[in-house]
Design a protein around this ligand. Structure first.
Ligand SMILES: [Zn+2]
Length: 542
């Protein structure tokens, strides 16, 4: 957006009741520190309102069609229509074709140099451009995925059996958790999810589609003729369980293969990124008559942390029982129970408590009933570990309250509440060391100042993620947890009993040395484990 547009968009958003003037001031303040960023991007980055509404209003103001473009919306081979250099230069992605009409998404439709250049290139190909607008970061994310092309490890020979096998084996070598095999307009795209991000692996000629689909269905034990969604399993790789699902789209059946490694190594707490020197925290793990809850959104590594804690506590003299949905890793010496539609968490937990366990792991607290039994178990001599789906460690208290657990039960039983996010580790093979820029220093200091923490950044370094063969050109390799751990001190318990708000609890916790997620994340940047860009994706610090 050019500067002329800044006013109207802000005013329009306030007028429509989507943002307050205070929000706009916050965005403008941010823009003073980051003069290159457009106001709309800043509103989006700071998450000041619903992203979809923001985009819709932007479209209305500019009189353009808007779309929250993601990689999955790109139905065509971008490079066939415009070069990647051009896409990068003009921040534009052609994404769908219909007869002689081609949809192109721009980060800035008011940049007529960009829209005209692309319109002409497409017109030369006999195509009429239909403009769309989205956020710049959506375009950049897609450009990154398009660039990650690396097909050297995949055998693109004639035979579908060899081809499918090499796609799966290459995915295993590259530590992928999922394989996406997607028919496009005139090719089949193969992508891997590695460290949480989709990376393009290869593209296969469209002619091979029937054989590849036939082979995938055969080894997954699916019906060959059926074209509707199916679920299957591949059992021919001894070290992996592979769950397969198919879904028909307009270009054919798309397959997603989820790779679950058997006998996965359990990582030590330190390896996960858990604070190492905090005695109090370790003491609270395995405190009888208490409960520890891990809180995070799905896919942020809650289960891995639970297993690591269990592994840390496991010894032959104690009885550990887990109730899980499903059992993801089998650990020797544990009683692991899998819940089903008939057997719920609360029912299993009741039975388990009669089996004299020392430690009980309850996969997830989803309802009042499970919460109450877990609390009771924690009050009657057991140590209970569980998870709750919420954003941070202090919100655990709010969530339990909302489920109907009394302030008394929370304060007398909850000992530790942990929250976490996974961020990618910088690739040690290709990272280059550099000093923090002044802007980065300012950003970090501003953040730390909120928590009364001072760090001298002048002798500290950070790394640039470059990308190499080892890391599939992403610049990152593997992931690390960012943690915040709330230990419920007597003073915090007293606040809870008095019905204090999470804001008041947070304030006191920080006074008592609680390290919030953002601060742990910043520490991990300063220690050279990850980058500001990476943590910003999960924790919005810019
Ligand atoms: Zn690398």
């Amino acid at each position: 957006m050019d500067s002329k547009r800044r006013g109207p968009i802000g005013i329009e958003l306030v007028k429509r009741g989507i943002l307050t003037q205070a929000d706009i001031d916050k965005a403008l303040e941010y823009q003073r520190r980051n003069p290159n960023k457009k106001i709309i991007e800043i509103i989006s980055i700071l998450n000041l309102c619903d992203q979809y509404i923001l985009l819709q209003v932007l479209g209305e103001i500019l009189n353009e069609k808007s779309i929250m473009l993601t990689y999955g919306d790109v139905k065509i081979d971008v490079k066939k229509y415009i070069s990647l250099d051009m896409a990068k230069k003009y921040l534009a992605i052609p994404f769908e074709i219909n007869g002689d009409k081609i949809k192109v998404c721009f980060a800035d439709t008011t940049n007529t140099a960009a829209t005209e250049a692309i319109r002409l290139v497409l017109l030369n190909k006999g195509l009429i451009m239909e403009k769309y607008i989205t956020f710049e970061r959506n375009i950049r994310a897609i450009l990154n995925s398009l660039e990650g092309t690396d097909s050297e490890n995949i055998d693109t020979g004639e035979d579908a059996t060899t081809l499918v096998d090499s796609i799966i084996k290459a995915a295993m070598r590259k530590r992928a958790s999922d394989i996406h095999i997607e028919p496009l307009e005139d090719s089949i795209r193969v992508r891997y999810r590695i460290d949480g991000e989709l990376v393009k692996a290869t593209e296969i000629k469209k002619e091979k589609q029937p054989q590849i689909i036939g082979r995938l269905k055969a080894i997954s034990n699916m019906f060959q003729e059926k074209q509707d969604s199916q679920d299957g399993r591949i059992i021919m790789y001894p070290d992996y369980n592979i769950r397969v699902s198919s879904q028909r789209n307009i270009y054919g059946e798309k397959f997603v293969l989820r790779l679950l490694k058997k006998n996965m190594n359990i990582r030590g707490l330190a390896e996960l990124g858990f604070p190492q020197n905090d005695e109090q925290i370790r003491k609270n793990l395995n405190k009888r008559n208490s409960i520890t809850i891990i809180a995070a959104p799905t896919g942020e590594g809650k289960t891995t942390t639970l297993y690591s804690i269990i592994d840390y506590l496991n010894n032959p003299s104690i009885n550990i029982t887990t109730i899980e949905d499903p059992v993801e890793i089998r650990i020797p010496g544990l009683n692991q129970i899998e819940i089903s539609e008939k057997l719920r968490f609360s029912d299993s937990l009741r039975t388990v408590l009669r089996q004299d366990p020392d430690i009980v792991l309850v996969g997830e607290i989803r309802d009042k009933e499970t919460a109450e039994i877990a609390m009771q178990a924690g009050q009657t001599g057991h140590y209970v570990l569980s998870t709750i789906h919420t954003i941070d460690s202090i919100e655990v208290i709010t969530r339990l309250r909302k489920m109907g657990v009394s302030d008394y039960d929370i304060s007398s039983t909850l000992a530790t509440s942990i929250s976490q996010r996974l961020v990618r580790r910088i690739c040690p093979k290709c990272a280059t060391k550099r000093e923090f820029t002044n802007q980065e220093k300012e950003l970090i200091q501003n953040l730390l100042r909120k928590y009364n923490i001072k760090i001298n950044l002048d002798d500290k370094f950070t790394y640039t993620a470059n990308g190499c063969k080892e890391c599939n050109n992403t610049g990152y390799y593997d992931r690390i947890g960012v943690f915040e751990i709330l230990t419920l001190t007597d003073e915090i318990k007293e606040l809870i009993t008095k019905g204090a708000s999470s804001l008041e609890i947070r304030k006191l916790a920080i006074e008592q040395g609680f390290v919030p997620l953002t601060v742990d994340a910043i520490n991990k940047v300063i220690n050279g484990e990850t980058t500001l860009d990476e943590i910003n994706k999960k924790l919005v610090i810019y």
